[in-house]
Design a protein around this ligand. Structure first.
Ligand SMILES: [Zn+2]
Length: 329
């Protein structure tokens, strides 16, 4: 029996309305409705996908976690009324801060009218010496208002993910002490997985002679640090904007260096229409750089709603490292 037949038969049994509702919901219940399930324990909202994974792994069954941003990431996000409504009954809103998502968070909190809501800027809770300086050309689309103090892309390092898990664990223990042992145990388990994420990646990249790359947007400082890479340049100063001629010439010169050529050009799946990576690759071939290659590195700023499960972060990070390890020599 064909798939279509099965669906038709199912529709007959369940009624078209129910079936349609199921199709629209997808498996992950993707659409934010602003409603919470009837369940005891802290209600947690996170700004975007990596934080969902960190919080969900600590929360287990003792708390409920909901994610706000999906296909539009923290650089460009504009909340809907339902997303704001989600905060009206929430206990926590975990965000990164550091100039990335606190403006959105403030706007949402103001709209939610919930004086019990605790906004936790995870990036601000990390020791200052663990934060990289932001690069000033990096405009995150905040009309130049954004604070270029620290680079916010901390989730791209498992080390920093572990530090954030510690903060989340302690917040949840303080809010829900009856389940402290559960939060402790789950955080410890998850931290082991995050440590393995780093160790396995380092093992895959070990022995690569040329660990230099150009990143797509300026998002890989912490990733570079964790995996012992050398990010030498940035393709676009602002995601969605192509480099101008001067920037492109500079990149070509940088990559075509005879002593230390750069072969690996990172591109992002979210900007698949961008041609700058391919242009750079072509120029490098013309200049005799051996075997330049485009590698898709996902900065984990957006997610397809039906893909977001607690292990999404690990899977995506592993895919990024594998893509690099496959490409590097
Ligand atoms: Zn970014």
């Amino acid at each position: 029996m064909s798939r279509g037949h099965i669906w038709l038969k199912a529709a007959g049994v369940m009624g078209v309305g129910v079936l349609l509702a199921l199709v629209m919901l997808g498996c992950g219940g993707s659409k934010t409705t602003g409603e919470w399930p009837e369940k005891p324990g802290p209600k947690i909202v996170v700004s975007f996908a990596p934080l969902y994974c960190l919080a969900a792994n600590v929360a287990g069954d003792d708390a409920t976690v909901k994610n706000v941003m999906t296909t539009t990431g923290p650089h460009d996000f504009n909340p809907t009324a339902d997303e704001v409504k989600l905060l009206s009954k929430a206990d926590f809103f975990f965000i990164i801060g550091l100039g990335l998502d606190e403006d959105t968070a403030k706007k949402m909190k103001d709209g939610a009218n919930n004086s019990n809501l605790k906004v936790v800027e995870l990036g601000e809770k990390l020791p200052a010496d663990k934060l990289c300086e932001g690069k000033c050309e990096h405009d995150h689309g905040h009309d130049g208002k954004h604070d270029h103090g620290k680079d916010p892309h901390i989730w791209l390092s498992p080390d920093h993910a572990i530090l954030m898990v510690n903060v989340i664990r302690d917040e949840l223990k303080a809010a829900d002490p009856a389940h402290a042992a559960g939060y402790d145990a789950r955080a410890a388990d998850y931290i082991k997985k995050l440590a393995a994420l780093k160790e396995d990646g380092l093992a895959q990249l070990k022995g690569k002679e040329n660990k230099r790359l150009v990143s797509f947007h300026d998002s890989l400082a912490y990733f570079e640090q964790a995996y012992d890479l050398k990010v030498m340049g940035v393709l676009t100063q602002k995601p969605g904007e192509e480099p101008d001629e001067k920037q492109m010439k500079k990149l070509i010169r940088l990559c075509a260096d005879e002593q230390h050529p750069i072969r690996v050009i990172a591109v992002e799946p979210q900007y698949s229409t961008s041609t700058s990576g391919a242009t750079l690759k072509k120029e490098l071939i013309n200049r005799g750089v051996k075997d330049p290659v485009l590698v898709e590195i996902d900065p984990l700023e957006t997610v397809r709603p039906d893909e977001l499960t607690p292990d999404w972060y690990e899977k995506k990070m592993r895919a990024n490292v594998k893509a690099l390890a496959d490409a590097m020599k």
